[in-house]
Design a binder for this molecule. Structure first.
Ligand SMILES: [Zn+2]
Length: 196
């Protein structure tokens, strides 16, 4: 990568907090948009429960596949998450900072949904993906999209789901500074979220 391109990449991340926008991964347009009332108080982590990617080209193929699944198969307005992260250490724009996502049911209007591409029942995402996810959160606070006292949760903390995978949830996510566990709507029998 040339110095010029690298400089451009850094500039982009600083301004928008993510690495690749919708144009870059060849997204289709949303069929409708619901604006969010900023800032958000909650940050939900998901896994895609599908393939992993460790290279940009492959992650962009997965982005298009996830959008196809959400938009064509499920009939949603757009790819469900606000952002997606690959194990290439890059952040990909989904619905972005200002549009409500479809990811955690009743929590959608007050939260961001961020999906790490891969399946994490038995191990955590790699360091590159974890670092990118935390960098995205901090940048969101710096830009005023996330409130300063926001909390972090897994999908299962707000709905009865196994997402983002037992291993990732219990052995990694639960140790994050802003992690705050069960919120409401979680599974009760058996309860699979952490009470903080
Ligand atoms: Zn999820």
């Amino acid at each position: 990568m040339s110095y010029l391109l690298y400089g451009c990449y850094i500039f982009h991340f600083a301004v928008r907090c993510f690495d690749f926008d919708r144009t870059e991964w060849l997204a289709r347009e949303p069929t409708s948009i619901t604006p969010l009332s900023l800032p958000m108080d909650y940050y939900f982590i998901h896994h895609s429960e599908a393939s992993h990617c460790e290279a940009v080209e492959r992650c962009m193929v997965l982005m298009r596949a996830i959008q196809d699944y959400h938009q064509i198969d499920l009939g949603w307005a757009d790819i469900g998450y606000n952002f997606l992260v690959g194990e290439d250490g890059k952040v990909y724009e989904g619905r972005g900072w200002e549009t409500q996502g479809s990811h955690t049911g009743e929590w959608n209007p007050v939260s961001y949904g961020v999906c790490i591409m891969g399946t994490f029942f038995d191990f955590s995402p790699n360091e590159a993906a974890l670092t990118a996810t935390q960098r995205l959160m901090q940048c969101g606070v710096d830009k005023g999209y996330l409130s300063a006292d926001y909390t972090v949760h897994g999908h299962r903390d707000g709905m009865c789901r196994t997402c983002p995978g037992d291993y990732f949830y219990f052995n990694e996510l639960a140790s994050w500074d802003r992690f705050h566990g069960c919120l409401g709507g979680y599974c009760t029998e058996p309860e699979n979220c952490i009470r903080v």
